[in-house]
Design a protein around this ligand. Sequence first.
Ligand code: GLC
Length: 623
Amino acid sequence: MLDAAGPSLRASLERRYARCGARLLQTLDELYGDQPQFGAWLTTLCRELGTLAGTRPEPLRAMDCRREDAPGWFIDAKLVGYCAYVDRFGGDLCGVTSRIGYLKELGVGYLHLLPFLRARNGDSDGGFAVADFDQVDPALGTMDDLEALTGALREAGISLCADLVLNHVADEHPWARAALRGDPEYRAFFHLFPDRSLPDRYEQSLGQVFPQAAPGNFSHVPALDGWVWTTFYPFQWDLNYANPAVFAAIATTLLRLANRGVEVFRLDSAPYLWKRLGTSCTNQPEVHLILRALRAIVDLVAPAVLLKAEAIVPAAELAPYFGEDAGRGHECHLAYDSGRMAAGWASLAEGTATLLRRQYDTAPDVPEHSGWMSYVRCHDDIVWSVLRPDVEATGGDFRTRIGEAAARLEGRRPGSFGHGMPFQTADGADLHGTNGMTAALVGLLPPEGAAVDAAAMRRFSLVYGLAFFSGAIPLIYMGDELAQPNNDAAADSARLVLDGRWLQRPWFDSCRAARRLADESTATFQSWASLARLVAARRHPAFDPHAMPKSIGPDHPTLLTLGRGEQLVAVFNLGSNEETFDWRSLQATDGWTTLLDTTGAPPTDRAGAVRLPPWSMSWRVRT
Ligand code: GLC
């Protein structure tokens, strides 16, 4: 490795190797040590790592050095995230560059661009069926454009996050094409079966991600003369990580993209990387070995880079994705807080604080220098299964209770405010996911020219308020800052029929964006202003991004009281009735002052008891 990296890197590589070399070797040995050519494979991998270290551009090397000395930099920086599709937000990569000013104005320091690498032709699951990891989708630009964008973002203090779709590749990826030609080396990249006997046995314990659109986990491919494992769509072939060549190919792919300036990798569908008969084939111990090995490689070659787990699983199964190891996280730096996200929506729909409070009460601690990505919406549906343990613990049948909450968010109950849609749900009795933009789900959809419903605006602020209060990095989903409604673009109607998640994938409304500050009475102005207040609140010195948010104070049916560190407390009213809350119950009166408030009460009234209209919140800091 040292030889391949070149003399200028020797000292720093040796230093880093002392820290993470043993971790890397031990993990790879556990995964692949019993393979016949393990030694030769390891030597080749290390040489490739050295070459990639040696070709890492100078500005990125400098960033590596800075961040090595401050491993909690992304938490200290109080970053606010933004997530968008390249084409929908900026047209192409160059167009995204031209929106950097907009992002800066919003206070963004982290930008997740959904998949932009060359995907298969036709349906590509929104780009998640990658056909080439080394080429940008030609409609979006080139690798040079990517480097130009990452450079411009870096200069603006924004870290770029990209998806590393590591569980599967498109059926048009060269590895799949080689397998289709019968090349044994590449057939071994996938899970192939000559007949249904093993697939049928696996199916007995497997779940389904798209039970309606893509039932089952295996697809018959005549050219393969058999079946291939396809957890998601039939055109996304799961990679076989029991084959060390797959691990090496993905690890080096990650580093090549890192050398183009990608700073954060969203490890797509991470739980699915390892298969074991008789299990759900998710969250297997080997998944954690794979992530641990990837993390050690990043720590060694590109320590400025962060790994983020996309693991939409209940909180107890999610915590291991940080990789606990003597208090240090040795897997992902970040993970989506999908439990609190789903619980926020369910609690809002139920009008009670129970599920959400349980999430805070039982949230696992995260290792040092790791944190949660907190969010309200993303390009996927709200996956309800993550709440199963919470419902089982707090009472009620999961399908009945969450089915009812989903029905309300989907406007299927008289008087409910939500305008979402069920996802992969055959009829009202089934329960899978719910789609919709934030504005639609909270009922913030005033007709053109109509006044904004103040209660709906409070619901909008409340769900974002919970995310901004809670995570290491809160995420704004593109369009929410402008209260964009569900996607009703005529050009997307055919896509929507095939995959309802396009409901929350609108085109960026540049007219709204241009008018965002023009008229205080509009939902666009008010949602932008609401997020601006939340961004400012996080920047307050009393906001400690390293402290875990905790549920404190009285157990109230609709009020959730949270504390974060020693100097910040908040009360959120999840219910549809006005409540009175007394700050004295939290000892937060003398020496405390209001940081953020949507109660509408005059400041003088906020000293002791406070009136909390439905869906309002109030945050206080110690002064
Ligand atoms: C992730 C993505 C989702 C995609 C799936 C398969 O869950 O967020 O959009 O369909 O992976 O790649």
